[in-house]
Design a protein around this ligand. Structure first.
Ligand code: OAD
Length: 252
């Protein structure tokens, strides 16, 4: 029962000078946003190499944009869940709290999180591919149109005339060096790392638990299933994040 492990986690969080949470798609699962690899996961039905690589975009930008617009409209209809809301409150209730996410859905911000490192970008931004590099907020685009109208819309262009792309880190691309450096420094400097709703398969994000553990932190996995890091963590809270996080918060 994860309730037994909770006592250890509560003690260590209470004593911590710094707590870091690293989230993946599982934190948004109970908001109705599909994960990537689990049952009903996006990569079970769609091919990452056709949709989430620079080559895919060069080959067929319309296909890629249609897919991201479709995901955007699903996310727009979703609401932050109890897990997102607890993490937003931890910013003020826990010392030195830092949130790091692999998610691009923006649900942490909508829940109120501000101290946030988004390692894989954000689906609500577009970026110019023509070299001017301008990043644009696209959160209003399509907001008033029904979901079915998202497919087949015009390809978005920048002020400079260049083609825009989703501001997302695709397979084969590097993360922003400042973001990953800050995330690694946070993992190295924390006393407790909460690893929430990630399959821990995509690097370098998947290295954060190892960095924290080597530096002496208690690594806590909050997930509905085992992952490759399960044998290496100090505590496992096996359950949905939207239940486990409120239970943790209630005991602090
Ligand atoms: P995955 O889909 O690989 O893993 C989701 C994890 O969440 C799994 O381990 C599930 O067991 C767990 N999970 C599901 N529901 C949960 C719940 N209610 N509470 C807690 N855990 C739950 O997603 P990520 O690990 O985030 O990259 O994937 C990493 C990256 O791969 C993504 O950022 C994305 C993808 O390709 C980009 O888009 C660049």
């Amino acid at each position: 029962m994860w309730q037994n492990a909770l006592t250890l986690v509560v003690d260590r969080v209470r004593a911590a000078r710094s707590v870091v949470a690293a989230t993946g798609a599982g934190i948004s699962a109970e908001s109705g946003v599909p994960t990537f690899r689990g049952a009903g996961g996006l990569w079970r039905n769609f091919s990452a190499s056709d949709l989430a690589t620079p080559d895919a975009f060069a080959r067929d930008p319309r296909l890629v944009w249609d897919w991201y617009r479709w995901r955007r409209e699903r996310i727009r209809r979703a609401q932050p869940n109890a897990g997102h809301l607890v993490l937003a409150r931890f910013e003020t209730t826990l010392p030195g709290f830092q949130l790091v996410t692999q998610n691009v859905d923006g649900l942490h911000q909508r829940a109120g999180s501000r101290r946030l490192i988004e390692l894989h970008g954000n689906i609500w931004r577009a970026r110019c591919t023509a070299g001017c590099g301008l990043v644009t907020d696209v959160s209003r685009e399509g907001a008033d149109a029904p979901l079915e109208d998202a497919a087949g819309a015009e390809l978005p262009t920048c002020e400079c005339g260049g083609l825009q792309r989703p501001d997302i880190v695709w397979f084969g691309e590097s993360l922003d060096p400042g973001d990953i450096d800050r995330a690694i420094a946070a993992a190295r400097g924390c006393d407790v790392l909460l690893v929430i709703g990630t399959s821990a398969l995509v690097y370098p994000a998947a290295a954060l638990p190892l960095v924290a553990r080597r530096a002496g932190a208690l690594v806590v996995e909050i997930n509905v299933e085992d992952t490759p890091i399960t044998p290496q963590v100090g505590a496992v809270l096996r359950g949905p994040a939207a239940e486990v996080l409120p239970a943790l918060e209630a005991r602090l």
